[in-house]
Design a protein around this ligand. Structure first.
Ligand code: NAP
Length: 340
């Protein structure tokens, strides 16, 4: 180790402002583990951070990247868990993942499921933990529920559909193309609606015999607000976790509808949660969801694998809205010895 590493750096602006720079390898704080990163991925939060509108939580790395997978390189002071140098792990990070090395809290590491390559595992932490948290921790989904999943072809959406199928809840998706809807159906969605062709609200109501859906996973916000409020069933839960369609809503009798239907509206962000909250989420996910990857019942959905050097293209591709599933960045080649 030279003390320096390659990492994604940027100046606020468009994807063209991204570059690979040389920065110091992170110093470990108490209870942190140093990972040699083999693969990482990008998320919408990175594109917002790049634009200068979503700074990292205080005290955390300002390098982009909310997830990374690789090999444990070093254990910091106070590490008490069973991780050891050489373990193959996935990390949920508050930042810093788009680099050759990253420091992670030991509690936020997960073992890479058996038979999974680094480039596949890099598609798991952020979107699967988000979908798992939205459905179970925040949305308190029940097996009898019908769930409306917006951006059904997204990283979070494709994970949520698979989690619903395995759990036994009915999943309906909204997406912007027939291809994305058909793909979501292949993962277990019962039906899908193309919001670019027609309003989804009447179709959701028809499909649910006028009752509406019990849970909405909403990463669109403003532009779908009116349709969501009409699509939700009495006593439904509406989880707002993204604002891709804006943060303002039309005037209207929204409050009357919320009151009459006794709706619960809840906001959710994962990155800013406490280490204790994330630790418990990671432990729950490791126990309840990870075994289903080894069995093949769950699969990480990957649109494209690129190298870290293609970071500009990766951000531009995500912002084109053309992807289905994740954009993964390979950081180091996986040698056959290290594989599986
Ligand atoms: N709160 C949290 O803790 C948390 C954590 C992770 C992610 N998120 C949020 O989850 C969302 C999905 O993230 P991701 O990484 O899974 O995204 P992604 O894979 O990049 O997919 C996003 C998809 O959303 C659709 N979309 C974009 N703008 C839209 C609009 N205005 N109206 C309707 N659909 C639109 C596009 O597909 P089509 O239009 O073709 O359907 C796009 O491909 C983002 O909003 C992200 O910020 C939140």
């Amino acid at each position: 180790m030279s003390g320096m590493m390659r990492a994604v750096i940027f100046e606020a602006g468009g994807p063209e402002n991204l570059a690979i720079g040389s920065v110091p390898i992170p110093q470990l704080r108490e209870k942190e583990v140093l990972l040699k990163v083999y693969a990482t991925a990008i998320n919408r939060a990175d594109t917002l951070q790049r634009k200068g509108v979503y700074p990292p939580p205080q005290g955390e790395s300002d390098i982009l990247g909310l997830e990374a997978v690789g090999v444990v390189d070093k254990l910091g002071a106070g590490c008490g868990s069973s991780w050891k140098v050489g373990d193959r792990v996935m990390a949920l990070l508050p930042g810093g993942g788009n680099a050759e090395y990253v420091a992670s809290r030991e509690e936020l590491l997960m073992p890479i499921p058996k038979n999974m390559k680094f480039t596949q595992a890099a598609a798991v932490p952020e979107v699967w933990l988000t979908a798992f948290q939205l459905l179970f921790t925040v949305g308190k989904v029940k097996k009898t529920d019908t769930v409306l999943i917006h951006a059904g072809g997204s990283g979070v959406g494709t994970a949520a559909v698979q989690l619903c199928r395995q759990f036994g809840a009915r999943a309906l998706v909204v997406a912007g193309s027939t291809e994305k809807i058909n793909f979501a159906k292949s993962l277990g969605a019962e039906e899908g609606f193309n919001y670019k062709e027609a309003a989804f609200e009447p179709k959701v109501l028809k499909h649910t015999e006028g009752k509406g859906v019990n849970l909405i996973l909403d990463c669109v916000g403003g532009s779908f607000f009116d349709q969501n409020i009409n699509s939700i069933a009495a006593e439904g839960t509406w989880v707002i976790y993204g604002l891709m369609g804006g943060s303002t809503i039309n005037t209207g009798d929204h409050l009357a509808k919320i009151l009459r239907k006794r709706i619960t509206i809840v906001g959710s962000t994962l990155r800013a949660r406490s280490v204790q909250y994330k630790e418990s989420l990671v432990a729950d996910f490791t126990q309840r969801a990870l075994p289903h990857f080894s069995s093949g019942e769950f699969r990480p959905i990957i649109d494209t694998v690129m190298t870290l050097d293609s970071i500009k293209e990766a951000h531009a591709l995500m912002e084109s809205n053309k992807t289905t599933g994740k954009i993964v960045l390979q950081v180091q080649e996986e040698s056959p010895k290290e594989e599986l």
